[in-house]
Design a protein around this ligand. Sequence first.
Ligand SMILES: Cc1cc2nc3c(=O)[nH]c(=O)nc-3n(C[C@H](O)[C@H](O)[C@H](O)COP(=O)(O)O)c2cc1C
Length: 368
Amino acid sequence: MGDEGNRSTVPRGLAELRAILLFAPAALSRISEEESIAKASPEQWSLKEELGHLIDSAQNNHRRLVLGQIEDHADLPGHDSKGWIAAHGYQARDWNELIQSWEFFNNWLLSVADRVPESGWKRKAKIGENEDVTLGFVIDDYVDHLQHHLEHIGVKVDPSSEGTRHAYPEKPAEVESPIADLLARRWSTVAFDEARPVERGKIMSLLEAARWAPSCFNEQPWRYLVFDGSNPDAREQARDCLVEGNAWARGAPLLLLSVAYEDFTASGKPNRHAQHDTGMASENIVVQAVELGLSAHQMAGYDADRAQQVFQIPDRFTSMAMIAIGYPYRGKIEDLSEKVRGRESRPRSRKGISEIAFDGKWGKLFGG
Ligand SMILES: Cc1cc2nc3c(=O)[nH]c(=O)nc-3n(C[C@H](O)[C@H](O)[C@H](O)COP(=O)(O)O)c2cc1C
């Protein structure tokens, strides 16, 4: 096997696909239902059919990726695009459902691709009568084909462009020791895509993540008030609770208010860890948000008394933090206000490990 020096064999298409997934769903959702069904001529595909073709292609290439690993010199399936489109009846499907399915199947493909060892990308396979290709080539070719169709649909794809780089505001932690990717990538952004609501399924995932936080005696003292805009008045009331310094958070399509129940349910005695545990559930939410391509920012800067009253939060339940959540801002950084721009580009800083960890006794440096 001719290895080309130390060059990584991981296909470049994977990073491109990740970048595409961060902004293409929003761009696709801006296309109206009418635009999505229009046909220039009876033989030509509508945008629904073209996106349907991309869903089929994602599934087919997912299958190729799996087969290429299981079988030596696998005979990878070809693709009858017309037949697949007809079988699915894409023209009669809901546009948003197609966008979600396309996103889902690509994430599914990526979840398999992430498990392929570097050497796996060099495995050879065959598609129809064509020459042998590597699995790495299959993926690069898949992503090239995807970009071609997205551009035809009207979604401009240039993974190296400014627009894409701002798709997810990456400001990774500069760590002294390695940490999990999601932890390193989470940070408190202040600019959101105001026009793009957070889908109900993703809100449920955020709450599910909170559910699985650990807690003292498994009390699960956390509660969340959800302001997703389905009740515009309630969301406006939540926004009105924010202090002036957090005015940027008014642009977040989703606000959550975390609340801690201060007593143990069983004994009725005060739960000294209720607020601690509620904070852990909220950390689960903000980390899960990164996984879902969302930005999340917790805030103490809101009028807690007002929130208690307006939202009729009972006694012994204490609101802890407002959490602004939404898709990251995708426009140009220059179009943001000077204040917001400054916050977005501010470097992140932390105390050193030597300042937060002691070796068996207060003040004694750990490892010092
Ligand atoms: C409980 C809590 C309250 C916070 N309150 C605010 C706030 O009112 N306004 C704000 O802009 N940021 C607020 N933050 C965000 C912090 O300033 C931020 O987490 C910190 O500076 C570290 O930055 P990073 O989250 O980007 O790593 C809060 C964070 C937490 C956990």
